[in-house]
Structure formats: C-alpha cells, structure tokens
Write a new protein. Structure first.
Length: 282
C-alpha cells in the first residue's frame, strides 16, 4: 500500500456516471445476468427462480423476507495485514480482503435492488473522507469453528480498528452501488457498460472505494486529515490513512479457508444525533 504524505490537497471533484434509477438498473442487470453466460463456464449463472427465492452462484435472494445470503470463505486472517475489502470476488485484491466469494457484482446489485433498495454513491475517489448517507444493510457472518460449533457475529466485530483500538462499530454497510464503466468485466468479453465492481472485484469496501457495491459508511473509512488551527490558516499536520486502519480481529476470525455465509438485510438509517457521532467514527 502506498504511503501518503502528510500535506496534500483534497481529491479533485469530477463528473462521474451515476447509477440509474432502480427500475432501469434492475432491467439492465437482469439482461446482463442472462446474457453474460458462456455455454461451458458460466451456464450455472442463469438464475433459478422459485416463487419466493432467487438462487445465483454464491448468492441466495429472498425478496419476501428482504434478505440475501452470500456464500464465501475467509482469505486474510492475519492481524498483520491491513484490509481494504470485507468481500471480493476472485478477481479482486484478495491479499487485502477478509472474505472471498464467487458471487458477482451484477448479481449482488440485482439482489439489493430486489430487496427494494436504491443506491446512492457520493464517493469521488478512493479514500474520499466523508460519511455516507446511502441506504444501509446489517450483515451477519455465520461459520463453523474448528470444533464444528456454529458461530454467528456481526461482520464489524471481525474487523479491528488499529487507530481506535477497538472493533469497528456496528453501523451497517452503505449501498453505494458501484458505477458503470465502458468495457468488459473479468467474467467475459461484452460491449457496452459494465459495473466497475465486476472489473475490480471489490464488492464490499472497508476503505472507501467508489467502485464497490457496498461501503463502510464512516468518515474514517477514508483518509482523514488531522487539522490544527494556526494564526494564518488551518494546517493539515497528519493524514490517518483509511487503508491502514482495519485488520482481521484474531480472537474472532477463524482459519483461512473456513466457509462462511453472510446474511444481509436492510437497516434503518441512523438518527441525526447518531449520524453526527459517526462523522468521527464513534
């Protein structure tokens, strides 16, 4: 990970493609989900629909219950490795990811929209220091330990904040919805627009990433400047880098390769008072 200097200007604000309205986005993703399968490798990606449940590779969507389940396995479990992602595909940065999955970004987007959620992506660049107001989901992890005993925990409790010296607060995960780019994804060549998260492989970001589908909603998910007032003007004396903040919590995270299921369900947005506290990551 790149080291940052202590003094720098804010990232430039630039125009970016906005995610379409949910209805149009849903039609686009449904078309993409059926169009991208190749006869041999990707045929299982075609949705299997029951009256209440949609089954996709690595993903189970239950619109009636407003839940989705993502199947994966633990990848980085060492507390010496800083994490940028909670969840990535195998095309992602697995050396900085807690959990890997075969679920694609397209299908995750489809599932979230079927739960009735609308994405809201405010991020301008990686590490953008701002709290996020997008719709949130509570995500719970379920796995079996070395003795075969089932364990359940909020995924935030699996992440340790080196700066705050505590686990990440249970604030949910913001549905930023990635963004559309021109080109092809790692799942096959196709023209037109594709989700940036399908190209990068980053699905749920711990360190702010405008290409991810879900993101850490806290201000401290970005690179937070420490500002000191002076006689002339405020001065940035230090940057707390968001990509060096979180590691796997060794007392709770199981061994590498352990299978895990993440269950996500919509979460009400915080009250104004709680939202203000989140600006400081508390």
């Amino acid at each position: 990970m790149n080291r940052r200097c202590c003094r720098r200007s804010a990232p430039p604000r630039r125009a970016r493609p906005r995610a379409p309205a949910s209805a149009a986005c849903l039609l686009l993703l449904l078309a993409a989900a059926s169009a991208h399968a190749s006869p041999e490798r990707d045929r299982p990606a075609a949705p299997t629909v029951t009256p209440r449940v949609v089954e996709l590779p690595g993903l189970r969507i239950d619109p009636a219950a407003r839940t989705l389940q993502i199947r994966g396995w633990f990848v980085v479990t060492s507390p010496r490795v800083a994490l940028e992602y909670l969840l990535s595909t195998q095309e992602g940065k697995l050396h900085e990811t807690l959990i890997a999955t075969e679920c694609s970004a397209e299908h995750l987007m489809l599932g979230l929209i079927l739960l009735g959620l609308e994405p809201d992506n405010e991020l301008q660049a990686r590490g953008d220091p701002r709290p996020l107001r997008a719709p949130r989901l509570r995500i719970t992890a379920r796995w079996r330990d070395e003795h075969g005993v089932e364990q359940t925990a909020p995924v935030e409790s699996l992440l340790y904040d080196l700066f705050a010296r505590s686990t990440m607060p249970e604030v949910g995960w913001a549905f930023t919805g990635s963004r559309f780019v021109r080109g092809s994804s790692g799942q096959g060549e196709r023209g037109g627009r594709t989700l940036a998260a399908d190209v990068s492989g980053g699905l749920i970001a711990v360190y702010h990433d405008p290409d991810a589908v879900l993101d850490n909603p806290l201000l401290v998910g970005g690179d937070v400047p420490i500002i000191v007032p002076t006689f002339e003007r405020p001065e940035v004396v230090r940057i707390l880098p968001g990509d060096e903040r979180y590691v796997a919590y060794p007392e709770r995270v199981p061994a590498r390769g352990t299978a895990v299921t993440l269950t996500a369900r919509p979460l009400a947005l915080p009250s104004p008072a709680n939202a203000e506290r989140e600006r400081g990551g508390r």
